[in-house]
Design a protein around this ligand. Structure first.
Ligand code: WTA
Length: 657
């Protein structure tokens, strides 16, 4: 359990790691930033907004009518011009924007800011020709290829909000998102390379387009060259984008113009379309990237390993780094493609100095052994980042010692799809870090840990993490559902944003994130709701009832464990039970995507329920984690748990591939 890790850490963790002198001496941001923001929070954010290029200055920094915020009101800018054009205009057109590395060995592209500019202009012209304008949403379903970034920027350039869907999601997930966003345009590819093979993407789009019935055009990048079905809705990227002019004049958009929707799991089954807008979002994404990674755009090579399908890929692959004129690495494939040291050969080849990844990856590398990174010269590394879930102190120390050569500061960054950009993180030239802690809020961010009644726990103590002042990159709402926005984030503690996470201030007023406190699981840093997986399971014709819980997993943080009651009788022998469990796993993969496949499925004749009929998840979580059972007196039929427990003991670990 993440909570236990955090608490254990609190009990034993007294180590501190001071910022290295060289980093502290030349840091982009010093301790003054905390004072400046404390003295004048809005003024502080206005200063950061001025790092961007505005076509028209704002007249009001913040309009706050809880829970609705508008930042830099009256201001106008073009997000894509900020990420590309202004660097070219400043004479930096020859700087490399992307070192792209495909999964097949030797498959590489180097793209300068001038070339990126030409490509984004052509893509913007192509979208316009296809009929896309600022009133349309564009779905993007692509592998990690440069066209993914180009497509996002082209949409931003013409003011059409994009909605990127992770390439690992299923056709069903695409249908839900296309329908909710009412998207008439999709950008995809024939496929992408993953785990040493060409994995198809277009068939899922074809199915989703057929079923949603509202998509007019599908723009298809040729990546793998595999065969694809074709209709007259489909157009090839190389045809349509290829023949466009590389001149495109960016229009200015309002600071509050929608930039993107990104769907994320909540506590109910239906994913939420998190809405982000332009000026405030880009301000905080760019500033935090520059401050927390201490980015020196002339000399640093930055690499964020996140997929563009997640918010980290939005804020810290596309928008933040490019707004800062950074040089970055982008990698298409899995960490073990071409050898389990693939990442470290990439670090060595491009002399990566800033690396941003997730604890689940670090724990996987720990398992693979330190000899793999040791084979490579990684002396270029300067600062290491972590995101997505709490990083356990052991992984933190390993990351620092084995990857960072005991010299690189680690920045553990807490934030969410909803917050848009980092909120809680150390500053590498300022903060003396404790292993496993994100330390405290960044300058300009106000957090408060509260008890169940919404009262602040003060300087020391644990409870619920809330944000009690609006921030520039905050979500502006849930697409098409104002009520759900109010209800989800602002109703538990009126006037405060409730993040869904537990947190604790230790006796030195250092902040520890303790994981989700709601029905959202965090599997390898990806948010998956228990309800979503449950609905997928019960949509199988042989399933009567299902309960899903997140259980501690040494590598992925949490793993999905499902308890399923079949309709009628499923034979009791182990082999047919296993076959059924496998069928259910595949069914979940089809409904949501392979990342949502349960690690373990327990077939049980009944689920433990309270007398009022509520499924006792806490108890199931105990069972799933092999813990001592909690209080079972409210159980309608206590024997049910014993039966489940017995099964759990005999089920092996049923680990999924
Ligand atoms: C968790 C990812 C602890 C947290 C950027 C949050 C973290 C959820 C950290 C958001 C961290 C993210 N330490 N927990 N450094 N970073 N989380 O929307 O539970 O995919 O609420 O955004 O991930 O996940 P999301």
């Amino acid at each position: 359990m993440t909570e236990q890790n955090g608490l254990d850490a609190l009990a034993t963790e007294s180590r501190r790691f001071e910022p290295p002198t060289e980093v502290a001496k030349s840091a982009n941001v010093t301790a003054d930033a905390y004072d400046d923001a404390w003295a004048d929070r809005l003024g502080f954010w206005e200063t950061q907004a001025r790092r961007l290029q505005w076509d028209k200055e704002w007249h009001t920094a913040l309009e706050w009518e809880p829970p609705f915020a508008k930042w830099f009101v009256g201001g106008q800018l073009n997000v894509a011009a900020n990420c590309v054009d202004r660097h070219v205009e400043a004479g930096k057109g020859d700087r490399v924007a992307l070192y792209w590395e495909g999964e097949p060995e030797g498959d590489r592209r180097v793209i300068t800011y001038a070339q990126l500019h030409a490509e984004v202009c052509k893509a913007a012209n192509a979208l316009t020709e296809l009929g896309v304008d600022a009133g349309n949403r564009v779905m993007i379903y692509l592998p990690m290829i440069p066209e993914a970034v180009i497509a996002m920027l082209a949409c931003a350039r013409i003011g059409a909000p994009h909605s990127v869907v992770f390439g690992g999601f299923s056709a069903q997930a695409l249908v839900d998102r296309i329908t909710d966003a009412e998207a008439r345009f999709v950008i995809t590819s024939d496929g992408g390379y993953r785990r040493g093979a060409a994995a198809a993407l277009k068939p899922a789009v074809d199915e989703a387009v057929e079923r949603s019935g509202i998509v007019e055009k599908v723009l298809v990048v040729r990546r793998t060259g595999q065969d694809v079905a074709w209709t007259d809705r489909d157009v090839w990227w190389h045809d349509v984008v290829g023949r466009q002019s590389d001149v495109h004049h960016p229009q200015s958009f309002d600071a509050e113009h929608p930039l993107f929707l990104l769907y994320t799991s909540g506590t109910t089954g239906k994913p939420k379309g998190i809405l982000h807008t332009s000026g405030g979002y880009l301000t905080q994404a760019a500033w935090t990237h520059w401050a927390v990674f201490d980015l020196k755009p002339e000399t640093d090579v930055y690499w964020c390993t996140a997929d563009i399908g997640w918010v980290t890929g939005h804020s810290y692959v596309t928008y933040g780094p490019l707004a800062n004129g950074a040089t970055q690495v982008m990698y298409e494939g899995t960490p073990d493609a071409g050898g389990k040291d693939r990442w470290w050969s990439i670090v060595e080849r491009y002399k990566v100095s800033l690396l941003y990844t997730a604890p689940t990856a670090i724990r996987t590398f720990m398992k693979w052994g330190e000899e793999l990174p040791a084979k490579h010269d990684m002396s270029s590394l300067r600062i290491l980042g972590s995101v997505g879930e709490p990083i356990n102190p052991e992984a933190w120390i390993w990351y620092r010692r084995v990857i960072g050569g005991d010299r690189c500061p680690i920045v553990d960054t807490w934030w969410q799809t909803e917050t848009g950009a980092m909120m809680i993180a150390p500053l590498p030239g300022v903060t003396s870090c404790k292993p496993g802690s994100a330390m405290g809020p960044l300058p300009g961010i106000e957090v408060d840990v509260v008890n169940g009644e919404g009262e602040s726990v003060g300087e020391v103590g644990g409870g619920y993490l809330t944000l009690n002042e609006p921030w520039p990159s905050m979500l502006r709402g849930i697409w098409g559902d104002e009520e759900r926005y109010r209800e989800t984030y602002w109703s538990k503690f009126p006037g405060r944003y409730f993040a869904g996470d537990g947190a604790k201030w230790d006796e030195e007023h250092v902040l520890w994130l303790l994981g989700r406190v709601d029905d959202v699981m965090n599997v390898s840093g990806h948010r998956i709701s228990t309800t979503e997986v449950e609905s997928a399971l019960v949509s199988h014709p042989s399933v009567a009832e299902a309960a899903v819980v997140g259980a501690y997993d040494a590598t992925t943080g949490q793993a999905i464990v499902a308890f399923v009651t079949p309709k009628g009788h499923v034979a009791d022998d182990v082999s047919s039970g296993e076959a059924f469990a496998q069928e259910l796993r595949n069914h979940v993969a089809k409904e949501i995507g392979p990342i949502a496949k349960p690690r373990q499925i327990l077939i049980t004749p009944e689920l433990p329920k309270t007398r009022s009929g509520k499924i006792m998840r806490r108890l199931l979580r105990d069972v799933a984690e092999h813990r001592e059972l909690g209080d079972v007196t409210t159980l309608a039929d206590p024997s049910v748990v014993n039966a489940i427990n017995e099964k759990m003991g005999t089920a092996g670990d049923g680990t999924e591939d």
